[in-house]
Design a protein around this ligand. Structure first.
Ligand code: GLV
Ligand code: MG
Length: 347
């Protein structure tokens, strides 16, 4: 093990991350009742330029007025190349109240982008005497962002998670697709002909490199890697498949760009019961092995050792975090959207 310690971001359940356009108060109000782990109120790409000031006002009002239950609250600000961005940060933090947990920064290209937002956020927090520190969610969605991802991931102690923005990433890398994520029939290998001359098409995952690269940068810096949007909102099986392959690579959650995708993301990113049971079995078996002075033993026909213990501990810790949140969710009253000013709750 390296002598360098990784500081982990504050633990937060992030199985589902619901995207809500800040321009639609109707959608924003409904979002409060959906029970997503994280909700980001969007001021960026889902809001037309002329609508930005109104959307900003909506978001501020909604953060103060609605009961967001157990959801962590985030606001996606506009990019650093726009003149909307500074006012997004200043107005939302100054007027958004205590309920805001996170700021999502889109199209991060360099570590200096994060530094610039950190500077602004710090000034506003200090000026208003805000006690709860705002965390950052960064979207990696450009060739430049991907090229600089290691420096970006280490750019501020505020960063909690990296998100793969597949649509903008496709645009930036000039990938030949107009879909938002998902598989691509042109990304395949053709097998050599078999004895009967038949050939098979094997589809690959054109986003594999990007997601795997993001997972490495995130984990090396103690951050949560989160998979971004899946555009085909009517395709539940397609969503599940995309989410599962992201989970297998190490992602902790996925965006829901439609409320119907929240339950799918929760289902996939909840560690399966059988895996948790197996993890607990591994921990028990290794404890017994260590008591006997053994470093590796066989469990159900497979070798396990100290690395298996570390894998199992990750899984059991995640299951505990989720179980704790679920039981406190059950105890708390059902999230209800209210028009009247509600007390903002601290997490
Ligand atoms: C998200 O912002 C994306 O571009 O996919
Ligand atoms: Mg984007």
């Amino acid at each position: 093990m390296t002598f360098t310690q990784i500081t982990q971001a504050p633990p937060r359940i992030n199985r589902s991350e619901l995207a809500v356009p800040g321009s639609s108060m109707k959608f924003v109000e409904k979002a409060a009742q959906r029970g997503a782990d994280v909700i980001f109120l969007d001021l960026e790409d889902s809001v037309a330029p002329d609508d930005k000031p109104r959307a900003r006002k909506n978001v501020i009002k909604a953060l103060n007025a609605f009961n967001w239950g157990q959801s962590a609250m985030s606001v996606r600000i506009n990019g650093l190349d726009t003149h909307y961005m500074y006012r997004d940060v200043v107005d939302v933090i100054e007027q958004g109240g205590d309920r805001l947990d996170l700021i999502m920064i889109p199209k991060v290209g360099t570590a200096a982008d994060v530094y610039a937002v950190d500077m602004l956020v710090t000034q506003v927090e200090d000026a208003i005497g805000r006690k709860k520190r705002i965390g950052f969610e960064l979207i990696i969605e450009s060739a430049m962002g991907m090229a600089n991802i290691d420096a970006i991931a280490a750019a501020s102690p505020r960063i909690e998670s990296l998100h793969f923005g597949v649509a903008d990433y496709a645009a930036s890398t000039m990938a030949r697709t107009t879909a938002i994520g998902g598989p691509n029939p042109d990304y395949l290998v053709l097998t050599d002909p078999d004895k009967s001359g038949d050939r098979e098409e094997h589809w690959g995952d054109m986003w594999h490199y990007a997601v795997a690269r993001m997972v490495v940068a995130a984990r090396a810096n103690g951050l949560r890697p989160i998979d971004g949007p899946f555009g085909n909102i009517g395709d539940a099986d397609g969503f599940r498949a995309q989410a599962r392959r992201a989970a297998v690579l190490g992602c902790e959650g996925k965006w829901a760009i439609h409320p119907g995708q929240i339950a799918l993301a929760t289902e996939v990113f909840d560690p399966p019961k059988a895996e948790i049971a197996r993890a607990k079995k591994i921990l028990k078996a290794m404890k017994q092995a260590q008591a006997q002075g053994l470093g590796a033993v066989s469990l159900d026909g497979r070798m396990i050792d100290a690395a298996s213990v570390r894998q199992a501990e990750v899984l059991v810790a995640k299951a505990k975090l989720i179980a704790g949140a679920t039981s406190s969710k059950k105890k708390s009253t059902k999230p209800k959207a209210k028009k009247a000013k509600a007390k903002s709750k601290k997490r």
